[in-house]
Design a protein around this ligand. Structure first.
Ligand code: 9D3
Length: 245
């Protein structure tokens, strides 16, 4: 997958290249990540990318021309067609289903806004979709784009050390994760649940499913509302709730 990111702050993407799962995906050429700086596509002496808002008000607005020129260079650099996505608080809120859909594409073009926003005429003419990562205020679109790069990278074939991790992910099956334990068995009297030491794999699976259902019920009940629980899941959840009393 090829990912082109339009940003005034390309350094904010260093971490993705240098570290972790994304770094490995890039080194193994499963992800090609390229940044494009609109400041390099300006015509004036000051290399301006922003200007004052018509109608007044605080802050600055990103100008159409440098962004349009940058997008033209991005388009010319590869023949792979791609939608142009703007990172924006006005966008559709990203979830795992959206990440999976984005990860299935051959190419992503992500625009990061800065300042108060982007001239609406650029959005009207050159942007195909807008994505938010949640209802809180960031200082720009860079971290949001980095979130998308990370989330889609780990879904590319063979990027995960353990291929099962992607499938087993909470959210991939709509539930929160079950609790995890490792050595030692006893931490100041706080013991690992017995079933996990039993070697009874069917019992372990059942316990984990029950914990996942119970924790989702406790912490994110709205996720359960969207699901159709099997008779067995309903029984496991009833069990979990019963254990609380
Ligand atoms: C405080 C400024 N806001 C006025 C009410 C508007 C505003 C402008 C620019 C708010 C945020 C931003 C910068 N944010 C993004 O570019 C952004 C973002 C976000 O802030 N939250 C969640 N997802 C995203 S995607 C891009």
């Amino acid at each position: 997958m090829r990912i082109d990111v339009v940003t005034l702050f390309p350094d904010e993407f260093r971490q993705l290249v240098d570290l972790g799962v994304t770094g490995r995906a890039i080194r193994e050429d499963k992800i090609q990540l390229q940044t494009w700086n609109p400041r390099d596509y300006t015509a004036d002496r000051h290399r301006s990318v922003d200007d004052r808002p018509y109608g007044g008000g605080p802050g600055m607005v990103m100008m159409v021309e440098p962004l349009a020129e940058t997008l033209e260079a991005v388009a010319e650099d590869s023949s792979i067609a791609a939608k142009v996505a703007l990172m924006s608080p006005q966008g559709k809120v990203l979830d795992q289903a959206a990440v999976e859909a984005l990860a299935s594409r051959q190419r992503l073009i992500l625009i990061c806004g800065r300042y108060e926003g982007i001239d609406e005429r650029l959005i009207d003419t050159l942007v195909d979709e807008e994505w938010s990562i949640g209802d809180y205020v960031l200082s720009g679109g860079e971290l949001a784009a980095a979130v998308i790069v990370d989330a889609v990278s780990r879904l590319q074939a063979d990027v995960l050390g353990d291929n099962r991790s992607a499938e087993q992910d909470s959210f991939s099956h709509g539930l929160l994760d079950y609790p995890h334990y490792t050595r030692p068995e006893d931490v100041a009297g706080d013991k690992v649940p017995k079933v996990l030491l039993s070697g009874d794999h069917a019992a372990i699976e059942k316990w984990r499913r029950k914990q996942a259902l119970g924790r989702t019920w406790q912490r994110r009940p709205e996720l359960l509302d969207k699901m159709e629980l099997s008779k067995q899941d309903q029984a496991l959840l009833a069990d979990f709730i019963n254990d609380l009393t």
